[in-house]
Design a protein around this ligand. Structure first.
Ligand SMILES: Cc1cc2nc3c(=O)[nH]c(=O)nc-3n(C[C@H](O)[C@H](O)[C@H](O)COP(=O)(O)OP(=O)(O)OC[C@H]3O[C@@H](n4cnc5c(N)ncnc54)[C@H](O)[C@@H]3O)c2cc1C
Ligand SMILES: *[C@@H]1O[C@H](CO)[C@@H](O)[C@H](O)[C@H]1NC(C)=O
Ligand SMILES: *[C@@H]1O[C@H](CO)[C@@H](O)[C@H](O)[C@H]1NC(C)=O
Ligand SMILES: *[C@@H]1O[C@H](CO)[C@@H](O)[C@H](O)[C@H]1NC(C)=O
Ligand SMILES: *[C@@H]1O[C@H](CO)[C@@H](O)[C@H](O)[C@H]1NC(C)=O
Length: 541
């Protein structure tokens, strides 16, 4: 054994006790795409094993043969994913199959796309909440018993009550003093005021993603291939009134192509759950999108659908760093303030995640924390266009943060509320008495954002919002319900194809895990009903 190998093993054994002793679940139905047959046949083909795709495929596997294709790998063997304390390291992993694919939007803001089984739920901050009434209406989730049953399905398997430490606790009082009232205690419900929300990190800091929901899959019904990048959906028009989706092409890590076909019963379907960026991209790559754009990319047109990739939006995030005279315990998003149009969340002691004690303009991240202001909605939208016809090229996306004055006004209102909370009595222990609010804002303006910094001091809150905008990774809207898909999430103008994921949303955030479960149950029941009525017809004739 070489010295280097010996050292690597020594380090792994010394420092990685927690993760190396965890036994990953043995899903007998999960394989590498390199092991997949050249050609195979299923009742349902689900593209993307993310937040929505896994509960969807898991549910459909109860009664049908289902193929789930995910371009990333398993989350269980990656300690950055599995341990809350290593969360930030995910975004420093630049390896070719890294679980976060980093990119810049055309706005110049650094962003990340999930590339791992579990999707966003494997790399996100783990905050969990139910949705508001407006979302349920917009998303046409009319069966409210099924909505609640779907929330419960998710919550039982992967959501926990957080252990709230001193710093997060201080925010309860601080937010209420700033007018984010009432205090609602611990609840999954979406309520105005301040609450302790759910988390997908358990008491020991271990992450639970939608990959955990696969324990409920029917092992005889489900096949999952990892590192399987879907490059195209195939359509036929032979003898059809309109294009019919009948197969997908996917590529494994050796660059070999495979084809998966629908068996061909009239209820069989391909379902895109490739996420807010992946689904509009894949529709366009397959010939469904704005005609001129597809022409420019030399993609054969299947359906001229100018609205694919339109209405792309992302919720702007602005953070404020607050240095503390006393140590702050490590925590990720537990106490949350909700007012109409915005949310306030906190992350304590970034040193714990950044690894080494870091000096920041004389302050350390260990002695302090970040408060996050994220806007709901937003009203400002942009668009997604293909960079090239290569499926591995992440598309060009522009979100136009703060283009609409209403969004900027909301940001100013939100930041003003945050500043009030920082100045509150309840928070005084964690704030230097000799630091003014202006000092705190000026310190934050110096935080790296990857944006061209317009000023070194925050002359106005409007300017502060624009200069320090980041993403909270809630992009949505490229395949909107009512525009690209109908109320049943069927792609308008073609057959046997749905989109079920964050790309269909009109506004974010929203619980796409519940959406996946809900639609799985809904599709299964309506198929059962239609097969029963067919059988009934046969019997009576
Ligand atoms: C860093 C970060 C922090 C976040 N924090 C929170 C939070 O605290 N709370 C919260 O509720 N939400 C949070 N979110 C948002 C949340 O994770 C997303 O809203 C959610 O994951 C979207 O679900 P989805 O099913 O639409 O897509 P995704 O979960 O993105 O799943 C899409 C899947 O499709 C796969 N895919 C894409 N293209 C292809 C292809 N061509 N072939 C095969 N597979 C493909 C992807 O690899 C991915 O696994 C966060 C997101 C990120 C990235
Ligand atoms: C995992 O399950 C498969 C099939 O169910 C079995 O062949 C294999 O031995 C199992 N592996 C482990 C490590 O338990
Ligand atoms: C669903 O649960 C919410 C609480 O999250 C409750 O207020 C509502 O009445 C429930 N709806 C139904 C139809 O049971
Ligand atoms: C604020 O007070 C701290 C001690 O509590 C001191 O170290 C620091 O220099 C002071 N800062 C200013 C700007 O006066
Ligand atoms: C901000 O500060 C940097 C370095 O301190 C300087 O190079 C830059 O010109 C300043 N920008 C403005 C707008 O003052």
């Amino acid at each position: 054994m070489g010295l280097q190998m010996f050292l690597a093993i020594f380090i792994a054994l010394t420092f990685c006790h927690k993760t190396s002793s965890e036994i990953p679940p043995n899903y007998s139905f999960m394989h590498e795409a390199t092991e997949a047959a050249k050609i195979s046949y299923y009742d349902y083909i689900v593209v993307g094993g993310g937040a929505a795709g896994i509960p969807l495929a898991t549910t459909l596997s109860e009664r049908h043969s289902v193929l789930l294709l995910e371009r990333g790998g398993s989350p269980y063997d990656n300690s950055n994913i599995m341990n809350s304390a290593d969360f930030c390291n995910i975004f420093y992993d630049m390896s070719p199959n890294a679980p976060a694919e980093l990119f810049f939007s055309e706005d110049g803001v650094a962003n990340a796309r999930p590339r791992v089984l579990g999707g966003g739920s494997s790399i996100n901050a783990g905050y969990y909440t139910r949705d508001d009434e407006k979302f349920l209406q917009d998303a046409k989730l009319t069966d409210r018993n099924l909505v609640n049953a779907s929330y419960e399905f998710v919550e039982k398997a992967m959501v926990f009550k957080p252990v709230v430490g001193e710093w997060q606790s201080a925010w309860k009082g601080a937010l209420v003093e700033a007018g984010v009232a009432p205090y609602n205690g611990f609840t999954y419900d979406c309520v105005t005021g301040t609450k302790v929300g759910g988390t997908t990190f358990d008491e020991s800091g271990k992450r639970h993603s939608t990959a955990d929901l696969l324990q409920f899959a029917n092992p005889l019904g489900l096949s999952i291939y990892l590192h399987a990048t879907v490059t195209k959906i195939l359509f036929t028009t032979k003898g059809k009134e309109r294009p019919l989706a009948y197969a997908v092409v996917f590529e494994d890590d050796f660059g070999n192509k495979h084809r998966a076909y629908l068996k061909g019963s009239q209820n069989d379907e391909i379902i895109l759950s490739a996420g807010p960026i992946g689904s509009p991209q894949l529709l366009m790559l397959s010939g469904i999108g704005p005609k001129d754009h597809l022409n420019d990319q030399q993609i054969k047109l299947v359906l001229d659908q100018p609205l694919v990739g339109q209405g792309m939006a992302d919720n702007p995030l602005n953070v404020i760093f607050i240095p503390s005279p006393v140590p702050v315990d490590y925590s990720v998003v537990q106490v949350v303030g909700d007012l109409p149009g915005f949310q306030i969340e906190q992350v304590g002691n970034m040193n714990a995640v950044l690894g080494s004690p870091s000096d920041y303009h004389g302050y350390s991240y260990e002695m302090g924390g970040f408060v996050f202001l994220k806007l709901d909605g937003p009203i400002s939208t942009g668009e997604l266009k293909l960079k090239s016809s290569n499926p591995k090229d992440s598309p060009n996306v522009k979100f136009n943060y703060f283009k609409e004055p209403e969004d900027l006004a909301k940001c100013v209102e939100g930041i003003s509320t945050v500043l009030k909370a920082i100045e509150s009595k309840a928070f005084s222990k964690f704030r230097y008495a000799n630091m003014t609010i202006q000092d705190i804002l000026d310190l934050t303006v110096k935080l790296p954002t990857n944006l061209p910094v317009h000023a070194n001091t925050s002359s106005s809150l409007e300017q502060f919002c624009k200069d320090t905008v980041r993403t909270i990774w809630h992009s949505h809207g490229g395949c909107q319900i009512g525009k690209v898909v109908d109320d049943d999430y069927k792609v308008i103008g073609v057959d046997a194809l749905r989109v079920i994921d964050g790309s269909t949303l009109l506004k974010a955030p929203a619980n796409t895990i519940m959406l996946g479960r809900y639609m799985g149950v809904a599709i299964q029941s309506s198929r059962l009903a239609s097969e029963k009525s067919e059988a009934g017809l046969l019997f009576s004739s």
